[in-house]
Structure formats: C-alpha cells, structure tokens
Design a protein around this ligand. Structure first.
Ligand code: ZN
Length: 119
C-alpha cells in the first residue's frame, strides 16, 4: 500500500521495511529504530541513506518515510487482515500502547472501508 516514489522497486535489496515519521527526520535528532529481531538501531542525522543495517541480525532495513507524525499506519497481514503498523520515531504512542477498545475502533473502521472482508 505504500509506493516508493524514489525509484524502481527492488524488493530483494532489503530485508525489512519499516515506517518512519517524517517529523523525526525533520527534527534532526537521533532516534531509535527497532528491528524485528528486537535489536535497536540508532538513526543519526543527517539521514542520507534510505536504509539502516541492524547490528544484531544484519538485516538491511529500508525506511519508508510517512509524512507528519503519525503513531501508526494501517497495514494488512498476508491474509488481508487489517492491522496497525507502528511508525518509528513518532512522538505519538506506539499502537501497542493504545487501549484494546481504541485499536478495535480503528480496525473496525478499516474493515468497514475494505468492505468487511472475511478471511
Ligand atoms: Zn535485527
């Protein structure tokens, strides 16, 4: 659902993709970027690279910049189930910090928009 406007896609080039708040990049301060393995990469300004490498598992993590400062974006599991994906570097709470009710309300809205697809 996120298009890379900066060039042709080459999915093999990166191991992981993560979303980063544009506000974090504009702030010009280092911020922690969590890898799937639990490792944390500190992203240092200036941000010249579009990816970082996890020191723990050596994954190349492509940073997809989301405009503004959203705490999450809507994504989907491989089976199409909508879910909230965290946006790193955001000052907003991580989606896992939202209450169950808040998360459900957001996801219910998404499901409605998607036409209530069942898996
Ligand atoms: Zn890692």
């Amino acid at each position: 659902m996120v298009k890379d406007k900066r060039g042709p896609k080459n999915p093999k080039q990166f191991d992981l993709y993560t979303f980063v708040a544009g506000a974090a990049l504009e702030a010009g301060k280092p911020f922690p970027l969590e890898c799937n393995c639990g490792g944390v990469v500190t992203v240092m300004p200036p941000f010249q690279d579009e990816y970082v490498v996890c020191a723990r598992c050596e994954s190349r993590i492509r940073m997809l910049v989301i405009e503004g400062d959203p705490g999450y974006i809507i994504g989907a599991d491989s089976d199409g189930t909508p879910k909230l994906l965290p946006v790193q570097g955001s000052s907003k709470p991580h989606p896992s910090k939202l209450s169950e009710a808040e998360r459900e309300a957001i996801l219910a809205e998404v499901r409605a928009q998607l036409g209530a697809k069942d898996k």
